[in-house]
Design a binder for this molecule. Structure first.
Ligand SMILES: [Zn+2]
Ligand SMILES: [Zn+2]
Length: 82
């Protein structure tokens, strides 16, 4: 994929895979749950602390089980570069 194509995609609609289900924005500091869902850390952390479950209600999750997704974070950073 050329840089121009990636840039055009980011300016238009962002791939839903790069969006947070809670705030509906591009993922910021993405964290993944054991069930494979990804959210911004700022969205998912308070949720999991209060609800002890995945925000899409598929299973119980504790804050300790959330993991950073470094490859995804780097990918999003690349998308945002102008
Ligand atoms: Zn979010
Ligand atoms: Zn889930």
């Amino acid at each position: 994929i050329s840089g121009v194509v990636a840039l055009d995609r980011f300016k238009g609609t962002v791939d839903p895979d790069f969006k947070c289900n809670l705030c509906n924005k591009v993922l910021e500091e993405p964290l993944t749950t054991p069930c494979g869902h990804v959210f911004c850390s700022g969205c998912v952390l308070p949720w999991v602390v209060q609800q002890s479950s995945c925000p899409v209600k598929c299973q119980r999750v504790s804050a300790r089980e959330l993991n950073h997704v470094l490859p995804l974070k780097n990918l999003i950073l690349k998308l945002e570069i102008k």
